[in-house]
Design a protein around this ligand. Structure first.
Ligand SMILES: Nc1ncnc2c1ncn2[C@@H]1O[C@H](COP(=O)(O)OP(=O)(O)O)[C@@H](O)[C@H]1O
Ligand SMILES: [Mg+2]
Length: 475
């Protein structure tokens, strides 16, 4: 990585094929085409089997010609993997697609370097580019085929999701002037958990423990929340991480335009909207799915991104005793309310009271182009006065100290949980302290993967005493 340029370089080392290897690659491709033709339309190569077949083919082919030179196992493994990626992968950009450190891959056209957004280093330029429009079009076409869509003069924009969960957007000329473009928002294979967000200071332990208690509600009142923020501020990521706090007994229904949420709970139905087909039929909107979810006996409805008329359906559900979460695009808590109550969402003010918290997520850019994300504010909806929704700020991020401070001594939600569960407020605060211990323990012992965090939380839900005793013994 060189630092003297405005946009740093991200160099990909690519191993080129030797002339002999190229010939073999051609032969393997031909064999595969034969196989695909003979097995008809449903040809779906099994990755593991294909790798094995390639390896066997290579072994026979290479050891057949040079009987006395043994083929090294390492070479065989390496070459068979490279060939497999070339055949079923994404060609030139395959290594970028496989790279979990990249957030985004951006191809702006022909003869231009491919850009990437790196999780640590921010925007970077790679040493890869497409110089042949055909090659780039082939890639975009194969992506379109993979997701059963097409891109052509008639519909020159393609927006969709790859099988690995990444979101893609492609455009072709004349819509994009300098040739085809392709933008890939990569799906993180190993998702950020609440412990990762604590480690990266997106959320504090204290705030996490507070929200855990409110979302669980001790079984008497599980709080609702909207996570708000700008584009790519990390709303969905925060929502996803916070969902681990949901009581494992709850039945959850998630509704999204493109599947992004990965909730580790057992009792989940994932729903995805569907665009209209070529005859303009069969569309299923967010609102259709939210309405339908009410017949699916949900405890909690999670709407990936609240944008239009589904808002009112969601708020009706919240006002009739369901719990819910959603994300929404806005810049501050007040604007969140303004957007919800105005066209096209048009939720009546009186219904807004069904949300307990507005959680603001912020992406802060540094001059070097690297960014970090913080929960900048948590506001509680406390009521409505003369038609104006009243907010009580409970947590606020301080940019000078980079801490998320608790700025309110009271919380309506905590008082409600206390009175409904017959506990005193100090007992509720003690419970938050206990949960802080559990979260801190996970931070200290690097218990961070989705599965590991879920195990600890499940254990806590089953027998909190036992978990606390174990932590005490260790600490
Ligand atoms: N707290 C965070 N720390 C680091 N990276 C994050 C964080 N939150 C999100 N990201 C990354 O930022 C990108 C956009 O996040 P996402 O949650 O989809 O944003 P939004 O829903 O606000 O558009 C993703 O690649 C994600 O992995
Ligand atoms: Mg999102």
């Amino acid at each position: 990585m060189s630092n003297n340029e405005i946009i740093p370089q991200y160099d990909i080392v690519r191993q080129d094929y030797s002339p002999e290897e190229k010939i073999i690659l051609g032969e393997i491709r031909e064999n595969l085409v034969d196989l695909a033709i003979s097995s008809g339309e449903n040809f779906q190569p099994n990755e593991e089997k294909l790798l094995n077949d390639i390896r066997n083919f290579l072994f026979l082919r290479l050891s057949g010609e040079n009987q006395d030179i043994p083929v090294s196992r390492k070479y065989l493994d390496n070459l068979s993997h490279r060939i497999l990626r070339d055949i079923i992968g994404y060609g030139k950009i395959d290594s970028l697609i496989q790279d979990d450190e990249l957030e985004e891959i951006m191809i702006n056209g022909i003869d231009k370097p491919i850009f990437v957004y790196h999780r640590q280093h921010g925007m970077m330029k790679t040493n890869i580019e497409f110089s042949d429009e055909r090659e780039l079009m082939d890639l975009i076409d194969s992506i379109a085929r993979q997701i059963n869509r097409r891109i052509d003069q008639e519909s020159p924009i393609l927006d969709g999701r790859l099988t690995d969960g990444s979101r893609i957007n492609a455009t072709i000329p004349p819509v994009s002037a300098d040739g085809p473009s392709l933008t890939i928002r990569k799906f993180k294979k190993d998702p950020f958990t609440i412990i990762d967000l604590i480690n990266s200071k997106t959320i504090s332990v204290e705030l996490a423990a507070f929200l855990w208690l409110c979302f669980d509600g001790l079984g008497v009142k599980s709080a609702n929340a909207i996570i708000s923020g700008g584009t790519s501020s990390g709303k969905t990521t925060t929502l996803n991480a916070l969902c681990s706090f949901i009581n494992p007994k709850e039945r959850i229904i998630t509704i999204e335009d493109t599947l992004e949420l990965q909730i580790p709970h057992e009792h989940v139905i994932r729903m995805e909207t569907r665009p209209a087909n070529v005859e303009n039929k069969g569309e299923l909107t967010m609102n259709d799915l939210v309405k339908n979810s009410l017949r699916q006996r949900p405890d909690r409805i999670i709407v990936g991104e609240v944008r239009a008329d589904e808002a009112i359906t969601l708020f009706t559900a919240l006002n009739t005793g369901h719990s819910g979460f959603g994300t929404l695009h806005s810049n501050d808590a007040r604007e969140t309310i303004t957007r919800l109550t105005n066209d096209p969402m048009s939720v009546p003010e009186i219904m807004i009271q069904a949300i307990d918290f507005i959680i603001m997520q912020n992406r802060i850019y540094t001059p070097s182009g690297v960014s970090y994300r913080r929960i900048s504010e948590v506001a509680e909806v406390v009521g409505i006065e003369e038609g104006v929704v009243q907010l009580n700020k409970i947590f606020q991020w301080n940019p000078e100290t980079d801490r998320i401070d608790n700025v309110s001594i009271t919380s309506k939600t905590l008082s409600q949980i206390a009175s409904l569960s017959g506990k005193s407020l100090s007992e509720i605060h003690k419970e938050i302290e206990n949960r802080k211990l559990v979260l801190k323990h996970m931070v200290d012992y690097d218990i961070r993967s989705v599965g590991d965090v879920k195990s600890v939380l499940d254990l806590y839900y089953a027998d909190s005493e036992k978990v606390l005793n174990r932590i005490m013994l260790n600490g």
